[in-house]
Unconditional design. Structure first.
Length: 226
């Protein structure tokens, strides 16, 4: 048996909060977690809306039914990637996020090469947004790849060599956020992330709150004001 690959066109969607017709002073690109959808995830970011801030929430390319097979009214979620055909999926995600970023900036009269960018990831989305910053030729041409990197309930991709990317990561700095009862980003894993970043010379700030593996409006509002 021979297995081959073919590039296919897929219609994707993203949610936007803020001034789609400008002026735009800064842009947030926020990648949701496993099993979530952009329109619902985007609602959390109303707490960080500002008159000239564009918030872009791309939806992962792979939708699926969540819940027990055969159940009525099963919820739909989306996933960024799996271990199957991993390298192809990573490349697809990078191209896709480039396209979303450029399209959203164009509608908002913002220059994708110069507008200050906050890269936000939640859970599975943390690895996706960091891979985009690291691997995108479009982002690499920016004077500063990101002004801020916020990783909530997740961390850096395990296979990313931080030594190779320490320069732009240090410029942005990394904020790690997790609830004290997060079953995924446990206190121990957060400490491991801190140590890994610090060893590479990347400034890291850790924010903890009373809660589980989910966003917290109060904490998110504080990050939006920083």
């Amino acid at each position: 048996m021979t297995v081959r690959q073919i590039a296919a066109v897929k219609t994707a969607r993203y949610a936007v909060l803020g001034p789609e017709d400008g002026p735009t002073h800064d842009v947030w690109v926020a990648c949701h977690g496993y099993g979530q959808l952009a329109p619902y995830f985007a609602r959390h970011f109303r707490s960080v809306e500002r008159p000239a801030r564009l918030i872009v929430v791309p939806e992962a390319l792979n939708r699926f039914y969540v819940g027990e097979i055969g159940a009525r009214d099963r919820r739909v979620g989306a996933s960024w990637m799996t271990r199957e055909e991993r390298e192809a999926d990573v490349a697809d995600v990078v191209r896709y996020l480039d396209d979303v970023f450029v399209a959203a900036c164009a509608r908002a009269d913002a220059d994708p090469q110069t507008v200050p960018l906050t890269a936000f990831g939640f859970s599975q989305g943390t690895a996706s947004v960091v891979r985009w910053l690291a691997l995108s030729p479009l982002v690499a041409r920016r004077a500063t790849r990101a002004a801020r990197i916020i990783l909530w309930g997740g961390g850096m991709p395990h296979d990313l060599d931080l030594g190779d990317h320490a320069g732009w990561l240090a410029e942005a700095g990394v904020t790690l956020v997790a609830g004290d009862r997060d079953g995924f980003a446990t206190p121990g894993r957060v400490l491991e992330q801190e140590a890994r970043l610090q060893a590479a010379g990347v400034p890291v700030e850790t924010v903890s709150f009373a809660g589980e593996h989910r966003l917290n409006d109060r904490v998110l509002r504080g990050l939006g004001e920083a």
